[in-house]
Design a protein around this ligand. Structure first.
Ligand SMILES: [Zn+2]
Length: 114
């Protein structure tokens, strides 16, 4: 399954920082990141792969993180056997690290075990 590239913004040169800057897509919008010349090449070659690595995720994790808007989803299954679509308690708009730790590894209030 091929997905469109999420990151499409151009790298620009920021004179005040004497650095190249790319705005990486996050679940909150964008985050400006200063790049070395080598990183500019890496970014232009594979924007989503670069962004994924920046946030400590694989490309698939990164694209899912964006698609879920940072919501960590339940690891339970519905009666039909599909992945539960509920968000974990307190699991909305998480940063990449916490999302990765909790997404599909905890249960929602319905599937949770007391
Ligand atoms: Zn659930």
């Amino acid at each position: 399954m091929t997905k469109a590239t999420i990151n499409s913004s151009e790298v620009y040169y920021e004179p005040s920082e004497a650095a190249y800057v790319a705005s990486l897509t996050t679940v909150w919008g964008g985050r400006d990141v200063a790049l070395t010349e080598q990183q500019v090449k890496d970014y232009q070659c594979d924007p989503d792969g670069f962004a994924a690595a920046h946030f400590g995720l694989t490309r698939e994790e990164y694209q899912e993180w964006i698609a879920c808007r940072g919501d960590a989803l339940c690891s339970g299954k519905t009666k039909a056997g599909k992945p539960c679509a509920r968000t974990l308690p307190g699991g909305s708009q998480l940063g990449a690290e916490e999302w990765k730790a909790r997404h599909r590894s905890e249960y929602c209030t319905t599937h949770g075990r007391a």
